[in-house]
Design a protein around this ligand. Structure first.
Ligand code: GDD
Ligand code: MN
Length: 378
């Protein structure tokens, strides 16, 4: 049998034994010590199955990608998607899935915390045709999480409750990062995925056009042996963004809502400075108001940096450049604000309509321009 329509002399000389039935997608960030033992465990668990593994590495500093390619040179079941200049657990899983072709796709972590011995059961469940998605679950009977400290247990519980808001099915462990699904179910959801943060499962569940037929299989979440967890405050922030995006993202971008909220806080800051300055010393109102505006813009910049653009946070000396660009953007925004308001007021003298319209135009302007000049993606 010929492969595609290639001329005879262009046929590969060595055909792989079988096209994979299962692609296992593994995101990695500094997991070098885990790669070889993990690969061995998966190979053992999946004996007798046609499978492949796609590691998606975000340019780890410890040489994870080099190691994966080294294995790949000897074993055709292994591939490496090496991403440069980008980060993100969810997008890594999405792109790994898109880079594969098998009818079934599993995603699991690269640190051996997920039990690869569950893979054959997951596959058998999907092969039966009665399910779209099988989830490795810590929260059904027989399953177990590790003994996290109280704070992480609380956080995980809260996250689970929040996630029920957006995913329309009742599921015991929506936070799981270990599951297998039919490719067609993934493809039906893929264009609506938000790709934000860690929680791809939640993203898929809430992006699917129809409810997925799912099953949870119990497993024990193992403690990490090598390397470190990447869960930090940014992960928590991204989780919040994902939830809000799924709730209101189709109406208005979450980032803009945060930006507008920060703008509202800025108004308070401005009034507070004004009040304080007027109460203590009164040179001229205009001078005091100018100082208040300068302070409010700086505080907006810092708040946006902390909240709205947490994932692209500016640090160190770059803060000065960032603040400078933000001042310029906001000055032009203020001019636009005044112009629009004055124009509208001239057309129809209703002060609050004119004022609100001006503020809205200013906000959209500031939002759009600062996303290009101040928090540009690196
Ligand atoms: N490519 C890539 N890019 N991989 C990443 C990134 C990233 O930005 N961040 C983390 N990873 C990889 C890690 O190398 C690891 O293989 C896997 O993603 C999970 O990261 P951990 O840092 O080990 O996560 P965890 O143990 O705290 O969280 C896990 O357990 C949760 C259950 O509470 C993850 O599996 C979650 O998905 C899961 O929900
Ligand atoms: Mn882990």
């Amino acid at each position: 049998m010929t492969l595609l329509e290639l001329p005879d002399d262009a046929q590969p000389e060595l055909l792989p034994a079988a096209a994979p039935e299962l692609s296992v997608v593994i995101p990695t960030l500094n997991e070098r010590d885990n790669i070889v033992p993990l690969f061995g465990k998966i190979a053992q668990a999946l004996r007798g199955t046609a499978w492949e593994v796609v590691f998606v590495d975000d340019d780890s500093r410890d040489g994870t990608a080099d190691l994966v390619r080294e294995i790949a040179r000897r074993d055709a079941r292994v591939r490496c998607v090496h991403r440069v200049g980008r980060r993100g657990l969810s997008t890594a899983r999405i792109e790994g899935t898109l880079a594969s072709a098998a009818p079934f796709v599993a995603v699991m972590d690269g640190d051996m915390q997920h039990d690869e011995r569950l893979l054959p059961d997951m596959l058998a469940t999907l092969r039966s045709g009665s399910y779209d998605l099988v989830i490795g679950s810590r929260n059904v009977s027989g399953g177990r999480g590790i003994d996290w400290d109280g704070r992480r247990v609380q956080m995980s519980g809260l996250a689970t409750r929040l996630s029920r808001l957006v995913c329309r099915v009742d599921i015991a462990d929506p936070m799981s990062g270990f599951f297998m699904m039919r490719r067609d179910a993934f493809e039906a959801a893929m264009r609506r995925l938000s790709g934000q943060g860690f929680k791809i499962l939640l993203d898929i569940l809430s992006s699917s056009p129809r409810p997925l037929r799912l099953k949870e299989l119990a497993y024990e979440f193992r403690p990490r042996r090598f390397g470190q967890s990447k869960l930090d405050s940014l992960v928590v922030w991204e989780f919040g963004m994902l939830i809000v995006d799924k709730l209101i993202g189709h109406i208005v971008p979450v980032r803009f809502v945060l930006f507008a909220f920060v703008g509202g806080v800025g108004l308070f800051v401005q009034l507070a400075v004004l009040w304080l300055a007027l109460a203590t010393f009164v040179p001229s109102f205009a001078v005091v108001q100018s100082v208040a505006v300068i302070v409010a813009i700086a505080s907006n910049f810092l708040l946006n940096n902390l909240l709205t653009y947490r994932d692209q946070r500016i640090r160190g000396w770059r803060l000065i450049r960032g603040l400078a660009t933000f001042y310029v953007v906001c000055c032009v925004g203020a001019v636009a604000n005044v112009d629009v308001a004055a124009y509208l007021f001239h057309q129809r003298p209703v002060w609050w309509i004119a004022g609100t319209a001006g503020a809205l135009v200013g906000a959209v302007w500031n939002y759009a321009l600062s996303s290009v000049f101040t928090w540009k993606r690196r």
